[in-house]
Design a protein around this ligand. Structure first.
Ligand code: NAD
Length: 253
């Protein structure tokens, strides 16, 4: 028996990076995956990769910061698979590093819209569908930056800290209704986001990984995906309201 056999759900931002690795891993373990992504070509490619391995997936174009688009994403998911067992709130974006007094209102609003508001929007529209099916599992991708301070990226860190608290609140609101809600806080992981954050310089990326992750290397997207798989599966049936750090020791201090 595969670990999430027959479960259907949405993974936002699954056109690349951690989201794509998660979509592939869950599909290999028997899940039907809605690849929800703003970049159509990348999302379609993830679906192609899943189908090439014999898995089940569909692509839905979505901007998760827009409520109408999120509503449509949920509608398409339910119309296709008849239910929703899981939501992986994964879409996110870093910010340019800068002192907090240089952050503009536009940067703040955009950061918070994608890295916090969007998690709430997806939760808001997925929960009623999960309740119809008797429950489900929601995973919110946060960050080690939501736990410890990372000077020069305050808005991103504030949004991710918000995700961790949103997780706890929603978890307790639905704890008796069969819905489990957990957060995952990755350290510095080797994805296109890490490439952008290090200015596309492999040497800088390597140095940053040694500074940020005490384990001394970049995380692999699959190492984050493995935690999401556990949280979506019934193996984590007693876990809710928790934040699981997958960060090579980043948040120890
Ligand atoms: N890579 C890291 O070091 C790291 C560390 C901690 C946390 N995270 C978090 O992990 C998650 C995935 O990060 P990643 O490194 O794979 O990033 P990534 O930039 O490689 O991938 C993010 C995906 O989200 C999609 N996306 C962006 N805006 C969207 C929108 N409005 N609607 C729908 N999709 C949208 C992008 O197109 C992209 O496919 C993010 O929430 C990120 O904050 C990453």
């Amino acid at each position: 028996m595969k670990r999430v056999e027959g479960k259907a759900g949405i993974i936002t931002g699954s056109g690349q990076g951690i989201g794509r690795a998660t979509a592939l891993m869950l599909a290999r373990e028997g899940a039907k995956v809605v690849v929800a992504e703003i970049k159509e070509e990348n999302g379609q490619e993830t679906v192609k990769l899943i189908k090439a391995e014999g898995g089940e997936a569909i692509f839905v174009h979505v901007d998760v910061t827009k409520e109408d688009a999120v509503k449509n994403m949920v509608k398409v998911a339910v119309n296709t698979y008849g239910k929703l067992d899981f939501l992986d709130n994964n879409a996110g974006h870093e910010q340019p590093a800068m002192p907090v007094i240089e952050v503009t209102e536009e940067i703040w609003d955009n950061l918070l819209a994608l890295n916090l508001k969007a998690h709430w929007l997806c939760i808001k529209h997925v929960i009623p569908e999960m309740l119809k099916g008797g429950g489900g599992s929601i995973v919110n991708i946060a960050s080690g930056g939501g736990i410890v301070a990372m000077p020069t990226v305050a808005p991103y860190c504030a949004a991710k800290a918000g995700v961790i608290n949103l997780t706890k609140n929603v978890a307790l609101e639905y704890v008796t209704k069969g819905i489990r809600v957990n957060a995952v806080a990755p350290g510095f992981v080797d994805t296109p986001m890490a490439d952008r954050f290090s200015g596309g310089d492999e040497k800088v990326k390597e140095q940053m990984s040694q500074t940020i992750n005490p384990i001394g290397r970049l995380g692999k997207p699959e190492e984050i995906a493995a935690m999401v798989l556990f949280l979506v599966s019934d193996e984590s049936s007693f876990c809710t309201g928790a934040c699981f750090c997958v960060d090579g020791g980043m948040t120890c201090d």
